[in-house]
Write a protein that binds this ligand. Structure first.
Ligand code: GLY
Length: 352
């Protein structure tokens, strides 16, 4: 499962080396319609990509389907791919997840390289080998753990992102800060997302990815400590599902940020997570992510979404909570009353 993660200052050279490390007969590049237009032009003139065969899929999460996966398998087959072919996935989390799954299953597995183009995929999706598709109305329901041979993080792509996509990815960085140490957390909650210093952001991305890599290396298949990466996600996924049902557009990282508010409250209540750190994190989230509104009539629905989370076991809602910054407690649960209290806290403190 070991993968190379490269913080690239020289994409041409780093990609050339990554490709050389994977001897192959044929090279394929997977993009979605957006990255074909905006990111492929950055690399398409590289001499070693001239023979590459292109595969393009629809952009956005609605296309993360069995049908799209099948179209990628078909394109590989029709393009004459063998078990010794190599796939480069150029895109956000949808492309790297679906492309990684296509590569992991085609002829029982071919090698693949990820070049994430969004902040969210740089700091989370492209690293750590979770691949898959949505199925039966559930996100990432079908998939395998299988790492890309190399992940190349190129800061140039960061400058192309709008502030929503920066903030979405940044929420996962904030999560990495909370599970690591006070220094990283403090650096993250004092960073100015309205006037981005890209050099500083790139340094923080490198730290963030290193935190994730360390955890994934220790527990690649999420039997234990990798569950730390689920902080904010139990409540976050429930908010995301509610938004989806109500046709409200919510980027994943925004839901994670609001989920962090909920779960840090639960952490304070159950494990004594310090109130000042809860409040500072909450203020940062409120200022940068605004608020997702819901009322108490929707509590039951949110609770139901949490009970259906795939991280649960035997119907018990599984949370990762924090006793302090860096002090992780996995496999925590909360009863219905505490969860409703958590939702009350969110609404009161966020002002909705
Ligand atoms: N996105 C959480 C993980 O990779 O485990």
């Amino acid at each position: 499962m070991k993968q190379d993660v490269i913080i690239s200052q020289n994409l041409t050279e780093d990609l050339r080396q990554a490709i050389e490390r994977c001897p192959h007969d044929q090279l394929f590049v997977l993009t979605d319609t957006t990255t074909l237009q905006f990111c492929w032009p950055v690399i398409r003139d590289y001499p070693y990509l001239q023979e590459a065969k292109m595969i393009t899929i629809g952009a956005t999460d609605e296309n993360k389907t069995l049908q799209t996966l099948s179209s990628v398998w078909e394109a590989l087959q029709q393009g004459g791919a063998t078990r010794h072919s190599l796939l480069i996935c150029l895109g956000g989390g949808m492309v790297t997840d679906l492309g990684g799954f296509a590569a992991s299953t085609f002829k029982r597995g071919i090698q693949y390289i990820n070049i994430p183009t969004t902040l969210l995929s740089m700091v989370d999706a492209s690293v750590g080998g979770k691949t898959g598709i949505n199925f039966g109305g559930l996100k990432n329901e079908i998939g395998v753990f299988n790492c890309a041979s190399t992940v190349i993080l190129c800061a140039d792509f960061l400058r192309t992102l709008d502030s929503y996509n920066i903030r979405s990815g940044y929420a996962e960085m904030l999560k990495h800060g909370i599970i690591s140490n006070t220094e990283n957390w403090a650096e993250l909650i004092t960073f100015d997302l309205d006037n981005i210093d890209y050099t500083h952001l790139q340094q923080m991305v490198a730290k963030s990815v290193a935190i994730k890599e360390r955890i994934v290396e220790e527990d690649p298949t999420e039997k234990g400590i990798r569950k730390a990466l689920n902080l904010g996600h139990t409540a976050g996924h429930a908010l995301e599902s509610l938004a989806l049902e109500e046709n409200r557009t919510v980027l994943h990282g925004y839901a994670v940020a609001w989920g962090l508010v909920c779960e840090l409250y639960l952490s304070a209540k159950r494990l004594g997570f310090p109130h000042d750190k809860l409040n500072q994190t909450l203020q940062f989230i409120k200022e940068n992510y605004g608020v997702f509104t819901f009322n108490c009539k929707q509590y039951d629905k949110l609770y139901q979404f949490m009970t259906h989370d795939k991280k649960n076991q035997s119907g018990i809602i599984n949370f990762t909570l924090m006793a302090d910054i860096g002090d992780i407690r996995i496999n925590q649960s909360a009863d219905r009353e505490e969860i409703l209290e958590m939702l009350d806290f969110y609404r009161e403190s966020m002002g909705c």
